[in-house]
Design a protein around this ligand. Structure first.
Ligand code: PMP
Length: 479
């Protein structure tokens, strides 16, 4: 009962009826996944894969408590939020309790993209400004409005261009960004100030031509940029600059929220800032589409004062809210935040060990179960080892371990597993990664992979969750 047709038929039907821009992981030999349990996924032959990618299946694939909550509520009623229902108000109260006091009003939507789109709309109405500051390589969603503020997707061949009201600040990457450590021998705090000043300069420019900034939108730890941990004081100083320029600060917690960082429920808390608007999604429904915007009463009032009703057919429906409440139950009952701290720190320490053994490993960084291993062909020049990263992701798949890679050069191995990940899982991943890196120590990466990187200089996202512009698909598939 796990599949309706053989894999070859699924591939054929997919090629015929699903848009080619919707790309598969491991395009030439895609996986057909038919089941998931906790941190494992199973293909149609019963082969088990350790899932180190899925930050959506936050409390574990198909957690019985979450499944039951959805099933129960679905059998009772699923309707829109124009009717009173307890699940939505319980969820709002629980979410707000995890936030700073000023953030007390929720809007429920269905995806991270919708949440960020609404956040931008709130910011526009509240500030009456238009200009938005975003970080280089950021991704905030697939809606037209979100592509505009997602440099990850902008200015690619054949893709959309950056609108003039969008301003891109450098990503505060202290390993391979504009200002780095220790090559420039700045301390972390100095780097924080230098990167923040870049945002400060943009604020000044915007103020010269208008009433000020509308919003600064960022993940507090940038995931798509390659698991970036900003330097000390950066976010705090940025928020000051933005507010001095009449703007509001939006924290996109779609990937990094719900305790992934181990020490806190929200990644912005690690940066000691209080946003004006927070967006949450992905892990919130453990695979069910539910997301939210949490903001201040003042911003919510500006929105209400427009007199335009906000209606979202599925946003805040009782089934989605019951599921999100069940996810919160599991996070609490299974102490998953503490586990993310414990297992994440073990994973990080073991990955740091790899740095001492393999020259390909340039930098290892992370917080909780959000870990990045940046690969370089030369530690001095920090040249990205893109082809090697691709090779490693494919080799790990052969070993039944699913990892992804990201960053502007797709050379950062990304770990963002379900929060039920165990110390033994971390050990298994690192032991195998160690072996795969050892295979590469002689720099014997297949020639065809090196060639491919030369003909496809922009990021190759075959193993990422984002799209390649169609003009590059050919060259990737050809290899
Ligand atoms: N923000 C971030 C940081 C994301 O990573 C994503 C999805 N990858 C989104 C927003 C958009 O979320 P969704 O795909 O649920 O619309």
């Amino acid at each position: 009962y796990l599949q309706s047709m053989p894999k070859s038929e699924t591939i054929k039907l997919r090629e015929k009826h699903i848009g080619a821009a919707c790309q598969l992981f491991f395009r030439s030999t895609p996986l057909k996944i038919v089941r998931g349990i906790a941190q494992f996924m199973y293909d149609e032959t019963g082969e088990r894969y350790l899932d180190c990618i899925n930050n959506v299946a936050h409390v574990g694939h198909c957690h019985p408590h979450v499944v039951e909550a959805g099933r129960n509520q679905m059998s009772l009623i699923s309707t829109n939020n124009r009717y009173l229902h307890d699940e939505i108000v319980i969820l709002a109260e629980r979410l707000v309790k995890t936030m700073p006091e000023s953030l007390s009003v929720c809007f429920f939507v269905n995806s991270g993209s919708e949440a960020n789109d609404l956040a931008l709309r709130l910011a526009r109405v509240h500030t009456k400004n238009k200009d938005v500051i975003t970080l280089d390589h950021a991704y905030h969603g697939h809606l037209t409005s979100m592509i505009d503020v997602s440099p990850y997707k902008l200015n690619l061949p054949g893709g959309p261009e950056k609108p003039e009201w969008v301003h891109v600040a450098p990503v505060p990457d202290t390993y391979r960004g504009k200002y780095v450590q220790p090559r420039d021998s700045h301390c972390d705090e100095e780097l924080g100030q230098m990167y923040a000043d870049e945002v400060g300069r943009l604020c000044e420019e915007i103020k010269k031509k208008s009433n000020g900034v509308c919003a600064f939108i960022a993940e507090s730890l940038q995931s798509c940029g390659g698991q970036i941990i900003p330097p000390d004081g950066y976010m705090k100083r940025v928020y000051e600059y933005v507010r001095e320029a009449n703007g509001v600060c939006i924290a996109d917690e779609v990937q990094v929220g719900f305790g992934r960082v181990g020490t806190h429920m929200w990644a912005f808390e690690t940066q000691d800032v209080v946003p004006d608007i927070v967006t949450v999604g992905k892990p919130m429904g453990n695979g069910h589409p539910v997301a939210a915007v949490i903001t201040t009463p003042e911003i919510a009032k500006s929105f209400a004062d427009t007199g335009v009703e906000y209606f979202n057919t599925y946003g805040g429906n009782p089934v989605s809210c019951a599921i999100a409440n069940a996810v919160l139950d599991v996070i609490e009952e299974e102490h998953l935040i503490e586990r993310a701290a414990r297992v994440g720190s073990h994973l990080l320490t073991r990955c740091q060990g790899l740095k001492h053994k393999h020259k390909l490993v340039g930098d290892v960084r992370g917080r909780g179960l959000f870990v990045g291993v940046e690969l370089v062909t030369d530690r001095e020049t920090r040249t990205p080892a893109t082809a090697e990263a691709k090779h490693i992701v494919n080799r790990m798949r052969e070993e039944k371990i699913l990892i992804s890679r990201d960053g502007p050069d797709s050379n950062v191995l990304k770990f963002k597993p379900p929060m039920v990940f165990k110390t033994q899982d971390a050990d298994r991943v690192v032991d195998i990664l160690d072996r795969v890196l050892a295979e590469l120590d002689g720099n014997n990466i297949p020639m065809k992979v090196q060639l491919e990187v030369r003909v496809t200089p922009i990021r190759d996202l075959e193993n990422s969750d984002h799209l390649l512009p169609s003009s590059t698909v050919q060259s990737v598939n050809a290899v």
